[in-house]
Design a protein around this ligand. Structure first.
Ligand code: APR
Ligand code: ZN
Length: 301
C-alpha cells in the first residue's frame, strides 16, 4: 500500500472518487492571516478565544465579546481568500457531488466564489447579525459595516507600519462598553444585536443539519478531506467518523497531520499531508481543477 503522503497515489484515489465531503477549520484561513483558535494565536487580549464564544460571556460583558467579534470582522474583511479556498471552490464547480462543511465564520470561502449550494457554514457567519433574545427570530444577512457601530471603532483601527493594535495589548485598558452603546434588535426592541455565529452550548441550525444528513445518507462516500481543523468541536468533528462509516477514505491536510502523536488517526487507505492547506490543496486537487492562471484563479470549468 502507498505511503499516507504519496501525492501520486492520492491523485489516483481522487480521480476515481465522485462523492466527496470536506470539513474545514481555522487552519484553512491561517495563510490569509487569520489566527486559529487553539494553540499559538488562540489568545485575544488575555482571554482564551474560546471562552469569549459563549452566551454566558455575552450576558456578562456584551461589550467585550462584541469587541472580540468586531476585531475579527475587521480582520477577515481585510484578509483575502487564499489558494486553498479557491481550489475548494474550483472543485465544487467541477464536481457537483462535492459538499464542503466549514467551521469558519470569516466568509472567505463565499468570497472565493464557492457555490453556496455546496457550502455549509456550520458555525454561521461574522457578517450575519441576530437578536440575542432567544424568542426573537430577527436576522440580518451580509452586514459588512466596519466599524459595526461607533462604540466598537477601537476594533477597526489600522495601525501604521504593522504596529500592534493597542486593543490587543492586555495591559492597555479599554473603555468599558455599556449595553446602551450597542445596537438593539429593530424587531423586538428588547434583545441586543449579536454576531450570527454559533457559540459553545448552542445548537447548529437544524435545517442545515438535516440537509447534511440527507446528503450523507443519499449514497456512499468516496473521500473526505479534513482541512485545518483540530477536530475537537462537535458536532462538526463527528462528520469524520460518519463519513468513514459511509465508506470514505480520510485525507487530512494540517501541518500536524504527520506528527507521531497524530498518526493513530490514519487508517489503512487514508492520506495525511502535514502541510499548509493554502499551498497543498491546489497541488492535491490539480487532476480535477487544473493549474491556476496568472491571477491565481482556476478556470470556471
Ligand atoms: N494549514 C492547515 N492547517 C493549519 C494551518 C495551515 N496553514 N495552520 C494551522 N493549522 C491547523 C492547526 O494545526 C490546528 O489543528 O489548523 C487547526 C486549527 O484548529 P483550531 O484552532 O482548533 O480551529 P478549528 O478546528 O477550526 O476550531 C473549531 O472551535 O472555537 C471554535 O467555533 C470555533 O469553528 C471553531 C471551532
Ligand atoms: Zn429581537
Amino acid at each position: 500500500m502507498a505511503a499516507h503522503n504519496d501525492v501520486e497515489a492520492f491523485h489516483q484515489a481522487l480521480r476515481s472518487s465522485r462523492r466527496i465531503l470536506a470539513l474545514c477549520g481555522a487552519g484553512l484561513s491561517a495563510s490569509s492571516g487569520l489566527p486559529t483558535f487553539r494553540g499559538a494565536g488562540g489568545y485575544w487580549r488575555n482571554y482564551d478565544a474560546t471562552s469569549l464564544a459563549t452566551v454566558r460571556a455575552f450576558r456578562t460583558d456584551p461589550g467585550m465579546v462584541w469587541l472580540f467579534y468586531a476585531y475579527r470582522r475587521h480582520l477577515a474583511l481585510k484578509a483575502e481568500p487564499n489558494p486553498g479556498h479557491r481550489a475548494l471552490a474550483a472543485l465544487a464547480r467541477r464536481n457537483l457531488d462535492f459538499m464542503c462543511l466549514t467551521q469558519n465564520v470569516d466568509n472567505l470561502s463565499p468570497r472565493a466564489q464557492h457555490p453556496s449550494s455546496q457550502l455549509k457554514c456550520l458555525h454561521g457567519s461574522l457578517y450575519d447579525i441576530k437578536c440575542s433574545n432567544e424568542s426573537c427570530d430577527w436576522i440580518q444577512r451580509g452586514n459588512f459595516d466596519d466599524p459595526f457601530c461607533a462604540a466598537l471603532a477601537p476594533a477597526s483601527v489600522d495601525m501604521p507600519n504593522g504596529e500592534p493594535l493597542p486593543l490587543l495589548d492586555p495591559y492597555h485598558r479599554v473603555k468599558h462598553i455599556t449595553e446602551d452603546e450597542l445596537p438593539k434588535c429593530p424587531k423586538c426592541h428588547r434583545g441586543l444585536q449579536r454576531p450570527g455565529v454559533v457559540w459553545f452550548g448552542e445548537d447548529l441550525d437544524s435545517a442545515m443539519m438535516m440537509d447534511i444528513s440527507a446528503w450523507m445518507n443519499a449514497e456512499p462516500l468516496d473521500l473526505m478531506f479534513v482541512i485545518g481543523t483540530s477536530a475537537q468541536v462537535y458536532p462538526a468533528a463527528g462528520y469524520i467518523d460518519k463519513a468513514r462509516k459511509r465508506g470514505a477514505r480520510i485525507v487530512t491536510i494540517n501541518p500536524e497531520a504527520e506528527d507521531e502523536a497524530e498518526m493513530f488517526k490514519v487508517n489503512p487507505g487514508d492520506f495525511a499531508f502535514g502541510k499548509d492547506a493554502a499551498e497543498y490543496l491546489p497541488l492535491l486537487l490539480e487532476p480535477i481543477i487544473g493549474k491556476p492562471n496568472a491571477d491565481g484563479e482556476f478556470e470556471m470549468s
